[in-house]
Write a protein that binds this ligand. Structure first.
Ligand code: PMP
Length: 411
């Protein structure tokens, strides 16, 4: 036997993992456990909205068929859940055929599978800026060339997109994908207007790239106005060969712990994502899928979503009012029309690190805006989630944030 020698671990990492940079949001976790901390950081649903009685009933039903619930299941998903999700898609006005549906372990996995199947190092992928950090992270790990597109209060600037695409076409450059959260974006909270939706889908069709429409928040609207999904508009305009892939999730409306999400995509893409999923987790937990299926079949889902809309609207208003009262001169923002987030932009220079440290010391957490960019701009921005804290915590948390601003400015 030869003498043992240490493995040169550093030399073994793939280039994507050579410089570890975890999710900036998940790295806030250690602060969450501090006693008395008020968190506006994660996109966590309110625990008070979890329908525990309904989920207990659904779990009992799921375990009633233990041979299915406790066994491995098909990679494409449990038939009972697939049926319930197709029904939910139909209610959302989506044209969905069974062969176009893949159940995933959260919608996060759906995005990751798409990236595995579609993105090679150097491929151009368009994202809105600011964008959901975990999507940026998946793209970085895949070696994508990330091209950021500006947003305004209405979301993605499709006019800028049109200009960029025309310019690239003259250089022979073509993006492969565009990732967007058109309804109540994370982090901006914006809702893309109908005309921009139409333009986006038409541009994708004209220039031959896929749009990944990520829609975990669409049902959490604060008014009764419903805009058609990009998937629906694509289908209406171009038929079955349209360029939109739709992702959604039960995380924000039922419970993130279920880890149930799904993808609607052309059959050829679903088939390949299912193959990728076989190597990742074989199948999404059948127990969780059957709990979700029985929950959706129980008829309780609409009331659960309605309760979330009412509660989140009240919390968003409370947060916006508290911010107006205490930080109106330092920050600007737009009242969200749905979802879980407020995006704040500083009106004067503030040191982001100093502010974050002061906020932690005061006992309030937020996500610094830089987390949402590939190339962060100099101006300070903050994302606050109003979903999980109750009204008293919102008042107190905003008061602490205001003190943190004072401390950061005077330090
Ligand atoms: N997309 C967006 C825009 C999100 O905000 C989130 C959750 N924060 C996800 C996807 C992932 O959700 P899931 O729990 O379904 O994986």
């Amino acid at each position: 036997m030869t003498a043992s020698r240490p493995v040169g671990l550093e030399a073994l990492f793939t280039p994507a993992f050579a410089q570890p940079a975890g999710s900036p949001i998940r790295e806030l976790f250690p602060y969450l456990g501090r006693p008395g901390m008020i968190s506006f950081a994660g996109g966590y649903p309110s625990p008070s909205l979890f329908d525990v009685a309904g989920l207990q009933q659904a779990a009992a039903q799921a375990l009633g068929d233990a041979a299915a619930a406790l066994q491995y299941g098909p990679t494409e998903g449990q038939p009972l859940l697939r049926e319930a999700l197709l029904e939910l898609c139909t209610q959302r006005g989506l044209a969905a055929r069974p062969a176009e549906l893949l159940v995933t372990t959260g919608s996060q996995q759906a995005f990751d599978l798409l990236v595995r199947v579609l993105v090679q190092p150097g491929d151009t992928v368009l994202v809105e800026a600011p964008a959901y950090p975990a999507a940026l992270q998946a793209l970085r790990l895949a070696g994508a060339r990330i091209a950021e597109l500006p947003m305004d209060g209405d979301g993605l600037r499709t006019d800028t997109l049109a200009e960029r695409l025309a310019q690239w076409a003259t250089e022979g450059r073509r993006p492969k994908l565009l990732y967007t959260v058109p309804s109540f974006s994370n982090p901006r909270g914006s809702l893309l207007p109908l005309e921009r939706r139409r333009q986006l889908v038409a541009l994708a069709q004209a220039y031959g790239f896929l749009v990944i429409e990520d829609d975990p928040y669409g049902e959490l609207r604060f008014s009764d106005e419903v805009l058609p999904t990009l998937h629906r508009l694509g289908h209406d305009a171009f038929g079955a060969d349209h360029p939109v892939v739709y992702l959604s999730s039960l995380s924000k409306t039922v419970a993130p712990a279920l880890r149930v999400g799904w993808m609607l995509a052309p059959e050829a893409l679903v088939r390949r994502c299912a193959i990728a999923k076989q190597t990742v987790d074989l199948c999404t937990s059948p127990l969780a899928q059957l709990v979700a299926a029985h929950y959706l079949r129980s008829g309780r889902y609409p009331a659960t979503v309605a309760a979330a809309r009412t509660e989140y609207r009240a919390r968003a208003l409370a947060m916006a009012d508290a911010l107006s009262a205490r930080l109106g001169d330092r920050l600007q923002w737009q009242r969200p029309a749905g979802g879980m987030f407020l995006w704040l932009q500083a009106t004067a220079a503030v040191d982001a690190q100093r502010l974050f440290a002061a906020a932690v010391a005061q006992g309030v957490l937020f996500v610094p805006g830089a987390a949402f960019f590939q190339s962060p701009p100099a101006d300070l921005a903050l994302r606050l989630s109003f979903a999980a804290p109750d009204l008293a915590q919102i008042q107190e948390g905003v008061a602490r944030l205001a003190r943190a601003f004072e401390l950061a400015a005077s330090a």
